[in-house]
Design a protein around this ligand. Structure first.
Ligand code: NAD
Length: 321
């Protein structure tokens, strides 16, 4: 197997690449190391991969046609693509909507145009998001739910990815699976996400913002479970067309519970400031995981308590606090 991992310096991409390198697969990774959050964290993740047998890193932008054409011409034997590069984050899409269209829409199309030339390509697995369920309130979210009420431009770009995948399967017969990730967290995680930002606020004695509403909950999914889910799907290409699968913890937890766990593990109290929930943020998420379980036998294994425990150990070491 030769795997192209886009967004290899990202949170999920670095773990997925590590898994395949451990399996002695060849991994080509691309990332533009942008500064949406501290690029030093991206470089630190990369430094755990670079130099390992089978790992090739290309610093470049997936929306750059020349870069992508050159990458596939150098590696015509790529068999699988795990496409994770994107401008992530719901709230930032109100601040810089253009970055989402560039990375998520143009980037996805440029990637597909490049890899559809590959003769040996067996499967493209790409990141979608629980955000596509948008303003839906019927829980748990199921893959066949109607998803025409996005709450943010981020969600729009992820839904566009799903529809683009369907068109490319129809036009060019590319087998593709879209994974709708639900709030991935863990060591080496993203500082823009609540669990990380909350931990920083608690340790530095800064107030943290909690959105009002007792129903505020997320289906947190520990990174090891995410990675097992992704790699389990990679070798299960659909016979034809595309499919969508939820990849979530199946145990939604109140965001207040997350704060309590962080307080307990960090041994400090949080200063909580309540604010009204922004229109872009949904109240609750919960993944129905029947489809992925039926396909690959996948089930989440790590509880929020165990996962936050591991995150905090890493966080204290990495942040040096
Ligand atoms: N982490 C989650 O909870 C979550 C939830 C739902 C969906 N997702 C999706 O999963 C994927 C991975 O998420 P993550 O948490 O690892 O995010 P991340 O931001 O840590 O990783 C994305 C990586 O892609 C790179 N990148 C962005 N634009 C690029 C471009 N144009 N060209 C090349 N590289 C580019 C970034 O530098 C980054 O390293 C993303 O598509 C994200 O939207 C993540």
């Amino acid at each position: 197997m030769k795997i192209l991992v886009t967004g290899i310096a990202g949170f999920i991409g670095s773990y997925v690449a590590e898994f395949f390198l451990n399996e002695r697969c060849a991994v080509i990774g691309i990332d533009n190391l942008n500064s949406y959050y501290d690029p030093a964290l991206k470089r630190a993740r990369l430094s755990r991969l670079e130099g390992r047998a089978g790992c090739t890193f290309v610093e470049g932008d997936i929306s750059d046609r020349t870069v992508m054409a050159e990458l596939v011409s150098r590696h015509p034997d790529i068999t699988h693509v795990v496409h994770l590069a994107a401008q992530a984050g719901v709230r930032q899409s109100l601040i810089d909507p253009y970055a989402y269209v560039n990375a998520n829409v143009m980037g996805h199309v440029t990637l597909l145009e490049a890899v559809r030339q590959l003769k040996s390509l067996e499967h493209i697995v790409y990141a979608s998001s629980s955000s596509v369920y948008g303003l839906n309130t019927s829980l748990p979210f199921r893959e066949d739910d109607e998803v025409d009420s996005p709450g943010s431009l981020y969600a729009v770009t992820k839904r566009a990815n799903e529809l683009t995948a369907r068109a490319y399967a129809h036009l060019y017969g590319l087998p593709q699976t879209g994974l709708r990730f639900f709030t991935a967290y863990g060591p080496w995680g993203r500082p823009d996400m609540a669990y990380y930002a909350f931990a920083r606020a608690i340790m530095t004695g800064q107030p943290l913002t909690l959105y009002a509403g007792a129903g505020l909950a997320r289906d947190f999914t520990y990174i090891d479970d995410i990675v097992r889910g992704v790699v389990g799907v990679v070798t299960h290409a659909p016979a034809s067309g595309t499919r969508l699968l939820n990849l979530g913890g199946d145990h939604p937890a109140p965001v207040r519970r997350l704060v309590s766990l962080l307080e307990e593990k960090l041994g400090r109290e949080a200063m909580i400031v309540e604010k009204e929930r922004p229109l872009s943020d949904v109240e609750a998420t919960w993944a129905s995981i029947e489809a992925i379980e039926t396909l690959t036998g996948w089930k989440p294994r790590i509880s929020l308590e165990a996962g936050i425990d591991r995150f905090v150990v890493w966080f204290l070491g990495y942040e040096g606090v």
